[in-house]
Write a protein that binds this ligand. Structure first.
Ligand code: ADP
Length: 246
């Protein structure tokens, strides 16, 4: 399998405590992956390492066909390489319309100065509408983002991230606080997004993970404890012991 991202033997300590311990992880270019694990397993730190927020003490993080080393690159540079990250709390522009939010996200690709003088071209309007369709907000283009439901805001932010055409999208607990119908739609959006890019979903909700129907990586104490289908990992004795606190 060709890898888009290849993390090899990465360790990180905070004040002598090993949050990430010889972690190896790889993901293909158009793959959907769920990352699960109990609190403190290292899921957030893993994402921080990939995005450059936290530096690895040892090991390598390689990116793309050429195996570019992400270790030591700035967060901004890593984002430019095509790593997008969705935090739990949506950060949309509440007093702007859905359309403007999406257009601004498209604008960001063109740099801060261009954003001041930029007028959307027909192709950009078309891309904006396409994104709105992907995130299920075509009928809400004129609504202010602040008036959207929690789920719709999360989708809008996913749309804004997709506008930047990431090659890898890291998503932190996208279904938290959503209604069952919203979760269903979120599944659809992520599955669709993963057709043309890699998507890594950190999630606690096993029902949601089941619906994603993808390969699952279980982290524990900063390492990979198990990997495979959800049924495979949840029947693994080590995983059961960890989840039951044995
Ligand atoms: P998860 O996201 O799986 O809950 P984290 O990556 O947040 O796990 O944390 C892994 C471990 O590293 C935890 O024990 C946490 O307390 C510790 N940790 C994370 N970040 C820091 C930090 N900045 N300083 C000290 N300890 C940290």
């Amino acid at each position: 399998m060709t890898s888009l991202l290849e993390v090899s033997g990465v360790s990180v300590s905070f004040d002598g405590f090993r949050a990430i311990n010889n972690l190896s992880f790889r993901i293909g270019p158009a793959e959907l992956r769920a990352v699960i694990g109990p609190n403190g397993a290292g899921k957030t730190t893993f994402m921080d390492i990939v995005t450059g927020k936290t530096r690895a003490d040892s090991g390598t993080v390689r990116w793309g066909e050429k195996g570019l080393s992400l270790t030591g690159l700035s967060e901004a540079r890593i984002a430019r390489e095509g790593v997008g990250r969705k935090f739990q709390k949506p950060t949309v522009f509440e007093d702007q319309s859905v359309e403007t939010n999406l257009l601004m996200a498209l604008k960001n690709r063109r740099g801060p100065f261009a954003a001041l003088i930029w007028r959307p071209k027909p192709a950009e309007m078309e891309r904006m509408r396409e994104l709105a369709g992907t995130i299920g907000l075509s009928a809400h283009l004129a609504r202010k983002a602040g008036e959207l439901s929690h789920g719709q805001k999360q989708w809008l932010e996913i749309g804004m991230l997709l506008a930047q055409e990431p090659k890898l999208l890291l998503v932190d607990e996208p279904a938290a606080g959503m209604t069952p119908a919203e979760r269903e739609k979120t599944t659809e959006i992520l599955v669709e997004a993963a057709k043309t890019r890699a998507v890594v979903v950190v999630e606690h909700d096993m029902e949601f993970v089941r619906r994603l129907n993808c390969r699952v990586t279980v982290l524990h104490e900063g390492s990979v404890l198990a990997e495979g289908s959800l049924d495979h990992v949840t029947s693994n004795k080590d995983v059961i012991d960890v989840y039951l606190g044995r």
